[in-house]
Design a protein around this ligand. Structure first.
Ligand code: ZN
Length: 507
């Protein structure tokens, strides 16, 4: 609400509804706006006021707009009404004076190309070969909603929760998603030149209204339902790395039930198709996505990422419902051919193993080495039994449940084995086995072989992989094999760069 005045100096109370930027002070002193079809309404105090219900009925003018009445030209002193060019020049001056140089290529797409990928629509392809860990591109988000979570600020006035109720889809969403939709609507409405960035993005079976994004009365026609669909199908949840998870970061939950703190739309990155056995990985620093290769990729190959965590047993249904495709990768096919009995057996063995590992970690500091030896033997037996449940060779299909078991075993041994070289030796053997479960091809790496540690082929990028490399490094150090420890640290850095976006903070 504000008091406004027209060219004839008549004063009214103005009420604006549904403006996209309700949180900002849009009615600034000295600001000028056109009201289409002004509607006078009786106000609570018995007088009359102007009421604007439709967002496009209020047209905000900049100081230099030719529609500004001539009688107001001399009064235009409000700094907020300066032109875009004015602020652009001002920004450039700041940049030059403060000598701020970009540290990354913001949009380095020299080695990539968007083109048709069979029946799947447009995809992203390499134009030159890339190596594991190589940076393929960085992209700033087109729109980005940071979800702060509940009860984190301590300030009760900030505990707001956005809810999006979709009657057509019979679903509701909370957290960052509704916020992101509003942000995108606002951005495109205010910046018609930017609509081309979202125009061709996949919107599933939705048919946009005719004339969407056309300029009518100087503003684009915005189809909110279209943008909602585009976001549902193209946005990325930016999961904080596990490293940050320990800091109890606030989290949000996306519509698929995945836990994500924030959500964004990266229009270039959204061209990447899905594969469970993907060759690229997206990490996030703020609203920047950093996409790196997780395999050696030849020229003219399609770049793929994982849309959902392959540990998620319902992922196939979600691919069909949300993106209208069924994943036919070796891993999904293997899942189809694995009976529920086998899955239950792996789960049961995994749970028994976790019990043993808890005991192992607890006894680590005590002197009962005989007890520890027995726990190690029992754990090895359980893992050997789990290994029996797999049929396909690891070169074809990563063994995810087994990987988790071996990784946790290696970590428990490393913690227990501080100073105990026999445990460290076992940790190395188990740690290497864990990585081989993920299709890693590692040459040597065993103690006393004098061949060093060489990763011939990088495997599947799984959560907790960084932990495994750090355990290996620690275990090598415990046995006095410092060269091998250095090699393991090098691999840990590559892994860190891929999973966290950078290795500068590795230490
Ligand atoms: Zn798959």
């Amino acid at each position: 609400m504000a008091i406004v005045e027209d060219e004839k100096s008549e004063v009214f109370l103005l009420q604006l509804y549904h403006q996209v930027e309700m949180t900002e002070d849009i009615l600034v002193p000295g600001g000028i706006l056109i009201i289409k079809d002004p509607y006078l309404k009786l106000t609570a105090d018995g007088r009359h006021g102007l009421r604007v219900d439709h967002v496009s009925d209020a047209v905000f003018l900049l100081a230099h707009d030719r529609r500004v009445p001539s009688c107001w030209h001399s009064e235009l002193t409000n700094p907020q009404l300066k032109s875009a060019d004015f602020w652009k020049t001002k920004g450039k001056e700041f940049l030059v004076n403060q000598d701020i140089r970009p540290q990354l290529n913001i949009f380095d797409v020299g080695s990539l190309l968007i083109r048709q990928s069979g029946s799947r629509g447009r995809g992203l392809f390499t134009t030159k070969a890339v190596k594991t860990g190589d940076l393929m591109f960085c992209e700033k988000a087109f729109a980005y909603a940071f979800h702060e979570g509940e009860g984190t600020s301590g300030d009760s006035s900030r505990l707001t929760m956005n809810l999006l109720i979709d009657i057509n889809a019979n679903s509701f969403t909370s957290g960052a998603q509704p916020e992101l939709i509003t942000m995108l609507v606002r951005k495109l409405y205010r910046n018609p030149s930017q609509t081309s960035a979202v125009k061709g993005l996949h919107c599933g079976s939705y048919s946009p209204v005719q004339g969407t994004f056309d300029i009518i009365d100087g503003m684009p026609v915005i189809d909110s339902f279209l943008l909602t669909r585009i976001l549902l199908l193209n946005s990325f949840g930016c999961k904080f790395p596990e490293k940050a998870g320990a800091l109890k970061r606030p989290v949000g939950i996306d519509r698929l039930g995945n836990v994500f703190p924030s959500l964004g739309l990266w229009t270039f990155a959204s061209h990447m198709h899905h594969s469970c056995l993907s060759n690229a990985f997206c990490s996030f620093i703020g609203d920047m996505t950093i996409v790196r290769a997780i395999a050696d990729i030849p020229v003219d190959a399609e770049i793929t990422i994982q849309y959902l965590n392959p540990f998620n047993p319902q992922r196939q249904q979600k691919y069909i419902i949300n993106w209208a495709f069924a994943c036919d990768c070796a891993m999904c096919e293997d899942d189809d051919h694995t009976s529920d009995i086998v899955i239950a057996k792996r789960k049961r063995l995994g749970e028994s193993l976790q019990q043993l590992l808890r005991l192992l970690s607890r006894r680590g500091g005590s002197s009962g080495t005989a007890g520890i030896a027995s726990l190690i033997r029992k754990s090895s037996d359980l893992l050997a039994e789990m290994e029996e449940t797999y049929i396909k060779p690891t070169e074809e299909v990563p063994r995810l449940t087994l990987w988790v078991g071996y990784r946790d075993f290696a970590c428990a041994l490393t913690l227990t084995g501080a100073g105990l070289s026999s445990n460290a030796q076992k940790a190395i053997e188990i740690g290497l086995k864990a990585l081989r479960c993920l299709r890693f091809v590692i040459e040597s790496g065993s103690l006393g072989s004098n061949q060093g540690l060489v990763v011939k082929k990088w495997g599947y990028m799984a959560p907790g992989e960084l932990d495994c490399w750090i355990c290996l490094k620690t275990a090598y150090d415990c046995t006095g094999s410092h060269e091998l420890a250095l090699a393991a640290e090098g691999c840990a850095k590559v892994c860190c760069r891929i999973q966290l976006g950078e290795a500068e903070t590795f230490q």
